[in-house]
Design a protein around this ligand. Structure first.
Ligand code: AP5
Length: 226
């Protein structure tokens, strides 16, 4: 049975960076709600048209929309045994919906959702570090690999090392929007940690400042040395 993990934390804390590594190491799918929404924007699907203005302006999309997206994705075959869920839940109402979804996938309505998830990894870092990380982030428009202009530059400026795609800046990584996203996290998303703790979900807080590989080691230890 694979691990069922949630990666939690403020914008820019490194959820995507660590989720890619965890997904490869544990052989479970990386499910990023941000990636799913951005892909829908790129391919102009009805979902993309519905959420475009929210995503581009760094605002949370409505709970009912994102809950449907996650319910569908978790019902897919590859997610049955395990997953790394990145970017969801982001409100207490989404957390309650996730509890229902997990109880449904476990086919056990009486089991506590917190007992279905193996770990909720909360990545933690000061806001000012995150503003610097996000305003310097560049992503590959083809494969979504993430870089940083000074911290993790590509070998050739503007070009993805992995697939040769063009590197772009996300519209929601403009500094003003980044500050709005951090504020929104504190108001709407941070209270979800209390929800997890009150409902017995296995929360592990990990210091997300330092070298990416070093942080991966901390995350791995937090998951397996329970
Ligand atoms: P989403 O894509 O989930 O954005 P986010 O949570 O704001 O997270 P980010 O992707 O910005 O950061 P991250 O923590 O993954 O960090 P990363 O690894 O990239 O969501 C985007 C939008 O979709 C939302 O604003 C909303 O509109 C919508 N949405 C998504 N989910 C939703 C939901 N549940 N409900 C409602 N709306 C939703 O790293 C950041 C940078 O730092 C990179 O450049 C990276 O290279 C660098 N870096 C990483 N680790 C380190 C390190 N240790 N040291 C130095 N630099 C580092």
């Amino acid at each position: 049975m694979g691990e069922k993990l949630l990666l939690f934390g403020p914008p820019g804390v490194g959820k995507g960076t660590q989720a890619v590594r965890l997904s490869a190491a544990l052989r479970v799918p990386h499910i990023s709600t941000g990636d799913i929404l951005r892909a829908s924007l790129q391919s102009h699907t009805p979902l993309g048209n519905l959420v475009r203005s929210y995503v581009e302006n760094g605002k949370l999309v409505p709970d009912e929309t994102i809950v449907d997206v996650v319910r569908e994705r978790l019902a897919e075959r590859d997610a049955r045994e395990g997953f790394v869920l990145d970017g969801f839940p982001r409100t207490v109402s989404q957390a309650a919906a996730l509890a229902d979804i997990l109880r449904g996938t476990a086919l056990q309505s009486d089991v506590r959702a917190g007992a279905i998830v193996d770990s909720v990894v909360v990545l933690d870092a000061p806001t000012e570090d995150l503003v610097l990380r996000l305003s310097g982030r560049r992503i590959c428009e083809s494969c979504q690999t993430s870089y940083h202009v000074t911290g993790r530059p590509p070998k050739r400026a503007g070009t993805c090392d992995r697939c040769g795609g063009t590197l772009i800046q996300r519209t929601d990584d403009a500094e003003e929007t980044v500050r709005f996203r951090q504020q929104d996290y504190l108001q709407k998303t941070q209270p979800v940690i209390d929800y997890f703790l009150q409902n017995g979900w296995p929360v592990r807080v990990v210091d997300a400042i330092g070298d990416i590989d070093q942080i991966f080691g901390r995350v791995y230890a937090a998951i397996f040395w329970r």
